[in-house]
Design a binder for this molecule. Structure first.
Ligand code: ADP
Ligand code: ZN
Length: 720
């Protein structure tokens, strides 16, 4: 018999509708937040004691909790956050919990090697080896057996004998500290008056607030938010800094180390499993005071988080597009609200959402108007490709070639930016017109000449380079159309044989270390012309870089989704910001076929405010975000007809409600992705409509075949 009050809800890291009830056996104490091991089907899983049990299942049929785990309970605020994210994104809470428990090994007790201390016993014959061991251990410290042998200079047998005789007693050894405490006595930068005002404001923030810290690249935003970090650490709180590409942030980590004397705990998908486990536990115990991470770092179980900084807040990398679809910037604000502490959003090109929130007074705004020191903003010039068309199979216009030559001659560095990996985006047969397309996706196969293959950038499908056309079987008729960074490098080398040219693109960099090394070569001026994709746009500071050439400034405007203009502007502005960051002034050239496009005009004038105003105005008129709400619904299945039927059934079942429009279905731009046929619906809602409530009621009422998958994307930023 079990008393009713021993019933507990346990949330499991699985996409189930909610928590399941279990019973606590007599003597087992488990409060909300406790990590417990429970049976499910024929296996055991670790879950978290959640809030009130549902009582749906008769007590007699409930299974018992097997054990509690020796971990600090998951803080209440983390549990509220998981519930909140689940409700907002329409995801099962267990799917969100899974992100918080992404390191199963961390839940097991750490395996520490046994350590030994000297223990006086009678009848141990003293030998020279034994005496050396006794002397070594006279300090009272416990050491692992191999270390004792090594330090005392004796064989392992001598240690084993003493263990057997009881003269070495096993003793618990404190695990080593992996994360050192930041040094808060180191001086920060001497701030300019503007920076000082911003820093003081941030230092004094108490309770929940959101501050947009904006200012041109190089204006010292990082130095300023370092002061806010110092203040939070001084209060004994933990701090989280979210960066869009943490694997690329070696320079940032160095700066942090310079400011606080220690390396922060780093959290992203590329750290080793052992490091992940240690970091997870150090965050949970509070040992790690400062975490720098990618978006998933939001879901770590901080016992006392007191500040979140989102650097480059406009960056799309903060949007997770798979599984639980969420925007880490927005969820950071939610986390700060639940934890009642400040959140800082930093950017040189704030997102329209954040800018609108600042204008409407929901967010505070601190503005840094000038580059620090003598550095000036670079001059941005448009090159009209209609007037200066590049030669056939060449991508650099005469004015840009000339500027590259001048820069080389002056002993300075150049950056050529082209946001396209590989050698050529399309391979085509000159004889029959055949184009190489991915069998699983609506996408061309991209040639990667250095790796000798054609690759689909969506699913990774790869082919060896073909020597004949698969359709007409002609040989030597295949041609590469258009440039990728590898092909651009070919042209740069051909034009400037004396220059040292290197390419930076994610598929060419095997590890964060390789990236760090390339950045190092660039810093030491061992590269004259760096060619890169958006990977080079982020955060790097190269003092000798004085020329930036944007090879295809129109690229981001293709496809014309809602945010194409905003995203293009942000990316190009950021790339432009790499030029002239030190004493030497920088120049930026934009090669464009449409120099009068508002994005190009805004970049050339540098007038961010006006551009944001115009964009905001257009969005406002159309009722688009941030002035209205959107949710994307992606319907997919292995069969095109099934997808079409399901999408239509879904559209047909949409409840009518004032202020809500359901658009579509339409084939998704990627109508085929990884073998699944996709259609999209778009829900457009006026401000004030509870879009989640609407979606939940709708989706719950529609029954679809099992092979059909529905993904909901609340506040979509991409429409692929
Ligand atoms: P942002 O984050 O706005 O791009 P940073 O904080 O990276 O700007 O500053 C750009 C450069 O100027 C960095 O090398 C930084 O160390 C330097 N800098 C900024 N403010 C100061 C200051 N007050 N004193 C000394 N160096 C500064
Ligand atoms: Zn593919």
């Amino acid at each position: 018999m079990t008393a009713p009050d021993t019933r507990l809800a346990v949330l499991l890291p699985l996409p189930l509708a909610g928590a399941y009830d279990y019973v606590a056996p007599a003597g087992l104490m488990a409060q909300p937040g406790q990590y417990v091991r429970v049976p499910l089907g024929n296996r055991y899983l670790v879950g978290i004691v959640w809030d009130s049990p549902s009582g749906d299942v008769a007590s007699s049929r409930l299974k018992p909790i097997e054990a509690t785990l020796d971990l600090p309970p998951m803080p209440q605020v983390t549990r509220r956050f998981i519930d909140w994210v689940a409700a907002y994104t329409l995801s099962p809470p267990g799917a969100v919990l899974k992100m918080a428990l992404s390191v199963p090994e961390a839940l097991e007790p750490p395996r520490s090697a046994a350590a030994y201390r000297w223990h006086m016993v009678e009848g141990v014959k003293p030998t020279p080896a034994r005496q050396r061991i006794q002397e070594l251990l006279a300090d009272g410290l416990a050491r692992p057996a191999p270390e004792i042998a090594k330090e005392a200079g004796v064989g392992p047998g001598a240690v084993r004998d003493l263990i057997r005789l009881g003269a070495l007693a096993e003793a618990p050894m404190a695990p080593p500290r992996l994360f050192q405490t930041p040094d808060l006595h180191l001086p920060g930068a001497i701030l300019s008056p503007d920076q000082r005002i911003a820093a003081d404001d941030l230092r004094q923030s108490e309770g929940f607030s959101v501050t947009l810290l904006d200012g041109v690249t190089g204006s010292g935003k990082t130095e300023v938010y370092f002061e806010a970090i110092a203040a939070a650490l001084q209060k004994g709180r933990q701090v989280l800094v979210l960066l869009p590409e943490i694997a690329l942030s070696a320079q940032w980590l160095e700066r942090f180390k310079g400011r606080f004397g220690v390396a922060p705990a780093v959290w992203h998908s590329e750290i080793t499993p052992a490091r992940r486990r240690d970091t997870w536990r150090a965050v949970a115990s509070g040992e790690a005071r400062l975490v720098v991470g990618a978006r998933s770092a939001l879901f770590l179980p901080y016992p006392d988080l007191g500040l979140i900084v989102v650097d480059e807040e406009h960056d799309q990398a903060f949007k997770q597009e798979e599984g639980v679809i969420y925007h880490a910037r927005d969820m950071a604000v939610v986390r700060a609200h639940l934890g009642a502490f400040p959140c800082i959003l930093a950017s040189a090109t704030p997102s329209l959402e954040t800018a609108a929130n600042a204008r409407q007074g929901r967010y505070k705004r601190l503005h840094l108007a000038e580059r620090h020191g003598s550095a000036e903003l670079p001059l941005i010039k448009r090159i009209d490709l209609r007037k200066f068309p590049p030669r056939r199979n060449s991508w650099l216009s005469e004015p840009l070639v000339q500027a590259l030559g001048e820069t080389l001659k002056a002993g300075e560095q150049s950056l050529l930016f082209l946001n396209r990996r590989g050698y050529a985006p399309l391979t085509l047969c000159r004889a029959c017109g055949y184009r190489f397309q991915c069998p699983n996706c609506t996408a061309w196969m991209v040639e990667h000449r250095s790796q000798r293959k054609l690759v689909c950038h969506h699913c990774g499908h790869a082919l060896p380079p073909p020597d004949a056309c698969p359709s007409c079987h002609e040989k030597e008729t295949l041609v590469a159309l258009g440039p990728g960074v590898e092909r651009l490098a070919e042209e740069a080398v051909a034009r400037f044989p004396e220059a040292r040219v290197e390419v930076m693109a994610s598929d060419l960099m095997e590890s964060p270390r390789a990236i760090g090394e390339l950045v190092g070569r660039m810093e030491r001026h061992e590269i004259d012309i760096l060619i890169g994709t958006q990977m080079v746009a982020k955060g790097h500071h190269f003092p000798q870089l004085t020329l930036v050439g944007v090879v295809d400034a129109d690229l981001g405007l293709e496809g014309g989704d809602l945010r194409a203009g905003e995203k293009s502007f942000q990316l190009l502005w950021q790339v432009a910001g790499r030029a002239g960051r030190a004493e030497k002034p920088g120049r930026v050239f934009l090669q464009t076929w449409q120099p009068d496009h508002p994005v190009m005009a805004a970049l050339a004038s540098g007038d961010i405010e006006r551009f944001l105003d115009a964009e905001a105005d257009a969005r406002n008129k159309a009722g688009m975000p941030p002035f209205g709400r959107l949710a994307g619904i992606i319907v997919s299945s292995p069969d095109p007809a099934m997808t079409a039927r399901a999408a239509h059934a879904l559209a047909y079942g949409a409840p009518r409600q004032d202020g809500v429009d359901v658009l579509g279905p339409a084939p998704a731009p990627l109508a085929l992705l990884r073998g699944r046929h996709r259609a999209r619906l778009l829900v457009k809602a006026a401000h004030g409509v509870k879009i989640q409530t609407y979606l939940r009621a709708w989706l719950a009422a529609v029954a679809l075949p099992k092979q059909v998958r529905i993904q909901v994307d609340v506040d979509p930023v991409s429409f692929f």
